[in-house]
Design a protein around this ligand. Sequence first.
Ligand code: UTP
Length: 475
Amino acid sequence: MTTTADRKQTAAHLLAAHGQSHIFAAFDQLDEAGQTRLLDQIDAINWTNLDNLVETYVKNKPLFELPDTVEPAPYYAKDPTGDAADKFAKARELGDQLLREGKVAAFVVAGGSGTRLGWPGPKGTYPATPISGKTLFHVFSEYLLKVGQKYGKPVPWYIMTSPVNDAATRAHFEENNYFDLDPSDVMFFEQGTMPSIAYDGRLFMSGPDSIVLNADGHGGSLKALARSGAVNDMKQRGVEQISYFQVDNPNVKCVDPLFVGLHALEGAQMSSKMLPKVEPREKLGNFCLVDNKMTVVEYSDLPDELAEQRLEDGSLRFLAGSIAIHVIAVDFVEKLNAGGDLALPFHRADKKVPHIDFESGQTVEPTEPNGVKLEQFVFDALPFGDTSIVLETDRVEEFAPIKNAEGVDSAVTSKQLQSERAGNWLEAAGVKVPRRADGSVDAIIELSHLTAIEPADLRAADLPAQIKPGTEALL
Ligand code: UTP
């Protein structure tokens, strides 16, 4: 049997070999549980790989070199005509069929730290809707309930959390009776972590028995789906496609039959939705073909001369911006994981990392970035597929993110967009909706997903003839 003393000796050698002996500075003063905790953390780290990462991403900043072969990726325009319209009709039929057959799962990545929003809990527990203040998780739950009702099959829902917010996320669902979903159709799993690294290459400690770890990015989801058993669960349920979305966008179509159908019709492995950028340097990743492979080039990596290029009609040549909505084939996730460690690139983020001082053991709350977090991004899996489609969507229809405490992409802008979308849908259903001179909706409207997840659902709804200016309408 391996004793703590044996483990300590092995770990001490390992740490010395990798220049990380400070991790053991207070080991002998720890109680048994603390020693075990620290030894387990040390065992979980791939040290050889870490040395490479420190060299590549921490001591150096990898230079991004855009290949010469970069082209804008083709995409399906949102309002198709002719053959494309026929294809959309077929795609919708196929998507509807896949939903009726229970072959589509919903997947939300909710492991982020939400630092910019500053909400003291998982972001999914943020009150997001304009009148009743339903949480983001509540909004998605109602969407999925409605899909289940429409298609006669529940949509299994996978929720990726992080070690920091897993318990609070589960508690939110427990306390709210799973928002009427069947708990057996809701699966939680934690994503992986990476050590946060000081600029000198040493790992930060949060206490004498603990290395500072950060969630490994939304790209970690592709590994976590397999490792957690979610992929196996999907296969047992007959799920073939995963509808991937982020936790901060209450207007997202958690499962979109047209998008799923188009992706399946084309035999794609991983597909994406896009928004036309409003200006060349809008902070959205750019859908490109690099060596003929679908690739997202981050806005900071697209040189100005390409970002500014325009077509004859004046539109941007690199128009398609990524809003982190994907459909991913289950067998693609399996394939990505087949070789063991999934080798997506890492992205470096300079961060202020609170820690204990390596020498004095005192707590340090830095005011300037003092180290690096390494994260993987889900869109870096796109080039691993053979086929990938991009579908245009509409900003008001599907993009109302809550990222910041105030200003752009905040709760205020999101609530406005939710209200605008509800106004558009009601108007299309014949309700008189008040509008200001600039065209914006002159009311606060909240439309539950239980009432409608798409405008056509409103045909069957009991609707008022009009909404009065300046009032609140909860439907
Ligand atoms: P963001 O890039 O907005 O990051 O995540 P964040 O951590 O939530 O927020 P900030 O940057 O600290 O303010 C986009 C989506 O990816 C998920 C988030 O939960 C969100 O749905 N995400 C991000 C993860 O699931 N895991 C991660 O490690 C990072």
